[in-house]
Design a protein. Structure first.
Length: 322
């Protein structure tokens, strides 16, 4: 979920054309969860194959990543590694909320309340290790690079951008700013009514008249993936506390300094390679059509469109030399 800063941060709307030719470090789990939430039947049931295996994540990655590349956008997907110990409590709470959502979902379906069923169904999204492995395999077959982070994917995305290997981080959460991402693109998944926009860390800090360290402090007061925040304190009150210098006067029941350290010195790696492969059309057909029942025609079309997009990008790169 990440920290909620929408009440104090104003994003700048952009178009997909503004991202053409740009490499984006994409928070893979954040993006895949959006696919699992949005690609569902009217009663909230996720897209599944004949064996009852969820395929929403595969459909989202295939078709939307293909669209990105056709638009000239070059995504590099970054997968989470081992979560920090401070996040375990949050993860347990999420599991409990999903169990409650499943109960409400089943009740809504049995009572014929379709809109409620969809609402609760979206809250039940689960991402298994098998689904993650298949997502990596799919990206490889598409020729799209991916990286495994040591810990939080957004921290690794930030490192990739800081090194100049990508132009911006792509995530729906604001946390990348806390990790120090110079640029953050939100709404890239094109799910639902999400607006595509961009946040520049320098502008965000300037508009609030604070430092990155102070942004971290106010976010901790609001609540992050690593702490529950302080009851009754939202973004505006937290910002006032930071500006007034009264953060240390606020009583908390968690280790404030330890959480600050998560954002300031998060485990990342420079041992990665970003290389684009080629489209393995046969492999895509086996994984998607033969295993999961995707339309052969649609998979072949996506493969063909990917190949054309790669050729166009290659020709465009070559033209820069003349």
């Amino acid at each position: 979920m990440g920290v909620n800063l929408k009440d104090i941060i104003v994003a700048e709307p952009i178009s997909f054309g503004d991202l053409s030719g740009k490499t984006l470090a994409v928070d893979a789990l954040n993006t895949i969860y959006q696919f699992l939430s949005s690609i569902r039947q009217p009663d909230g049931t996720p897209l599944m194959d004949a064996n009852g295996e969820v395929t929403s994540h595969l459909a989202g990655l295939l078709y939307r990543t293909t669209n990105f590349i056709k638009l000239g956008i070059k995504p590099v997907y970054v997968f989470d590694g081992k979560p920090p110990d401070l996040k375990l409590k949050t993860l347990r709470a999420r599991r409990e909320r999903k169990l409650e959502a499943e109960r409400e979902w089943e009740k809504a379906k049995s009572e014929g309340r379709i809109s409620d069923a969809m609402k609760y169904g979206k809250r039940t999204s689960k991402l298994t290790s098998d689904m993650l492995d298949e997502s990596r395999s799919l990206l490889t077959l598409m020729g799209v690079p991916w990286i495994d982070a040591p810990s939080e994917g957004e921290a690794q995305c930030t490192r990739i951008v800081q090194r100049g290997d990508a132009w911006a981080v792509a995530s729906q959460d604001y946390d990348s700013l806390l990790f120090g991402a110079p640029l953050l693109v939100r709404g890239l998944s094109m799910s639902g009514n999400m607006e595509l926009n961009i946040l520049e860390l320098k502008k965000v800090l300037g508009s609030l008249s604070i430092t990155r360290e102070q942004l971290i402090d106010l976010s901790i007061l609001v609540g992050t993936d690593f702490d529950p925040g302080v009851h009754g304190i939202g973004p505006k009150k937290a910002l006032k506390a930071v500006l007034d210098g009264t953060v240390s006067d606020i009583e908390v029941d968690f280790d404030f300094d330890a959480i600050r350290e998560v954002f300031l010195n998060h485990p990342v790696t420079d041992d990665y390679e970003i290389s684009w492969g080629s489209v393995n059309a046969e492999g895509l057909t086996k994984l998607l059509s033969e295993k999961h029942g995707f339309s052969v025609e649609r998979v072949k079309k996506a493969s063909s469109e990917l190949e054309k997009a790669y050729r166009a990008a290659s020709q465009q790169s070559l033209s820069k030399w003349f």
